[in-house]
Design a protein around this ligand. Structure first.
Ligand SMILES: CCCCCCCC/C=C\CC(=O)SCCNC(=O)CCNC(=O)[C@H](O)C(C)(C)COP(=O)(O)OP(=O)(O)OC[C@H]1O[C@@H](n2cnc3c(N)ncnc32)[C@H](O)[C@@H]1OP(=O)(O)O
Length: 287
């Protein structure tokens, strides 16, 4: 049986870790709550756009570990930012990086993907807004995705940012969308609205708003009510083992490849321009 009091202790623990790891966050990077049925909502709240820095990735990872330990039924990853699920990796982590921090960043990214993909609990995302690149990878590592119709977009726009998608990223997407759709999505960096994402299998359901997206995740988690959790986990992990084994085997190489891409001067030049264009957009909007 799940106890609410225990969960608030967990929340406090996550908040403490976050304060220790990061230079200045005033509050926890995720808001974690669990309902009476043992369904957790892990709400990212790293303003303004939930960009994934080391601290946010570690906090999500630790939250999932805590929920697994507490034998939670399932989790819903969502966002506190209106219209943004997550802007993907924190570009500031990639821009003129300190080598040691970049290595830590890469490790945190791999740890998070493996934690989510291999989680014992049912993992879902209620995607209510932009979910690009690294955020799309996070969503793909989960069991189920519901996404709101309207302005929200999801996709792997890595090539647009100047990062050729790693083999493991393409594999993760292929498992969900198949070879042809993945090829088209990755080469074009297409950002899918919810209905198109549903057609290609990138998301599982289209919701009318965030509340509906969360409800659909809950419904999905409850589909497993009559299945023994250990049997469900065993089945899921045996079907995912090939990816996990391959990832672990090549992890060092993936790390080197990623670090080489990021530290390449041509990538850094491109990133300068990309970041300036993001800032410029704001200046133009204000004018
Ligand atoms: C964990 C597993 C990861 C595994 C990944 C492996 C594959 C690696 C591939 C890709 C890596 C990436 O993820 S690179 C990041 C890609 N993301 C983007 O290109 C998104 C860029 N941002 C936008 O398009 C827009 O900001 C937005 C649509 C997300 C929001 O638009 P909006 O108009 O609402 O807000 P602003 O544009 O004004 O942004 C507000 C504020 O946030 C800053 N910002 C935006 N995105 C990022 C980011 N990704 N990292 C850091 N900061 C970001 C933006 O510059 C503004 O800052 P200021 O207020 O200071 O101007």
């Amino acid at each position: 049986m799940f106890h609410l009091r225990k969960v608030s202790r967990d929340v406090a623990r996550v908040a403490v870790k976050t304060r220790r790891l990061s230079s200045a966050p005033e509050r926890s990077l995720v808001d974690l709550s669990v309902d009476k049925e043992g369904i957790a909502i892990v709400q990212m709240q790293r303003a303004p756009v939930n960009s994934l820095n080391i601290e946010l990735m570690r906090t999500i990872c630790d939250s999932v570990s805590d929920l697994e330990k507490d034998k939670c039924k399932g989790m819903i990853l969502t966002s506190a930012s209106p219209n943004i699920f997550s802007a993907g990796m924190d570009l500031m982590e990639l821009h003129n990086p300190d080598m040691k921090r970049l290595e830590e960043f890469s490790k945190s990214m791999f740890d998070l993907v493996l934690k989510l993909f291999g989680s014992k609990i049912v993992t879902t995302a209620a995607i209510d807004g932009y979910s690009g690149a690294g955020a799309c990878v996070v969503a793909l590592a989960l069991d189920y995705r519901s996404m709101t119709a309207g302005k929200a977009r999801i996709g792997l726009n890595d090539t647009a940012v100047g990062i050729p998608p790693a083999k493991w990223v393409a594999d993760l997407m292929t498992r969900t969308m198949g070879q042809r759709n993945t090829e088209l999505a990755l080469t074009s960096s297409f950002m899918f609205p919810a209905e198109r994402a549903l057609q290609v299998g990138l998301v599982d359901e289209v919701a009318k708003d965030k509340e509906d997206a969360v409800e659909r995740c809950k419904k999905f988690i409850k589909l497993y009510d009559n299945i023994l959790p250990a049997v469900r986990t065993h089945t899921k992990l045996s079907l995912r083992q090939d990816f996990i084994v391959e990832f672990e085997k090549n992890r060092e190489q993936y790390l080197k490849d990623f670090m080489n891409t990021i530290t390449n001067p041509a990538f850094q030049n491109g990133l300068d321009i990309y970041i300036s264009s993001l800032k410029q957009k704001k200046v133009k909007a204000a004018a």
